[in-house]
Design a binder for this molecule. Sequence first.
Ligand code: ADP
Ligand code: ASP
Ligand code: MG
Length: 299
Amino acid sequence: MARIVMKFGGTSVADIDRIRNVARHVKREADSGHEVAVVVSAMAGKTNELVELTRAASPMHDAREYDAIVASGELVTAGLLAIVLQSMGVDARSWQGWQIPLKTDMAHGKARIADIEGEALGEAIDNGEIAICAGFQGIAPDGRIATLGRGGSDTSAVALAAAVGAERCDIYTDVDGVYTTDPRLAKQARRIGKISFEEMLEMASVGAKVLQTRSVELAMAYKVPVRVLSSFDPPDAPGPGTLICDEDDIVEKNIVTTVTPDFNEASVTILAVPDEPGRAAGIFNALAASNINIDMIVI
Ligand code: ADP
Ligand code: ASP
Ligand code: MG
């Protein structure tokens, strides 16, 4: 019997029928004797809709209120999945970020996880309860809800897996694994059986949105094996998916594993930076303080 965390993304919980399908995947694991915690995203399109509403209210808005609004999508799906599981005779309970509590820093809208007090959650799981956690959110030092950046439920799932000592974290999405390139863009893409944390981190950081970059960083740091698999596979016969694991566990090593296109990169040129100690640091510290990732620096 293993303890596992299962995460379901937006398309997997897009409506009640799909939530029922997710519940069948969860029940399969519970019936086979596993201790299970689940992390859910908001229904597909919900977070975009909430972001748009926030912008419509005022293009310049308070980040704490943005978080209060956009975090609500995950609260709905966590409650709905708990109700569906209960109706199937499974002992399930929803957990909001602050109830866990999953503690973050103060970077509202793009917060980092500072700490997870996993005791209460672990106890509930020990007692055979399925804990359904709202992804994408935690509680900041100001006592207010904070969100983890777009795609942040992946990071919630891996962090919770590390906090409750799970054997692995299964990320269920709308493709049946990690492919050599985005399978929606190239039909020739092939599913990869196993990929190392390092390779996956590289892919995610250049824009392969199948996993949020921070989730891979955490998986690598805490050595949590992650599987990516499809929630659309039959719940009684899920496919093998892709295992993201330590390089040492991979026998066949390729020189080039994947190709990742990036449509969201911006190139910024800063001219006439004086060649003096501390000047470049001043620029990079300001960018880091705003949580802006830099992929490449050309001098
Ligand atoms: P979820 O809502 O489940 O979190 P996402 O939309 O965030 O799902 O991520 C899944 C998507 O990632 C896929 O639909 C696919 O288009 C995209 N993707 C990009 N690169 C890859 C890749 N190399 N392998 C698999 N999926 C990829
Ligand atoms: N619902 C959030 C988003 O759309 C978080 C997630 O799905 O991972 O970004
Ligand atoms: Mg995602």
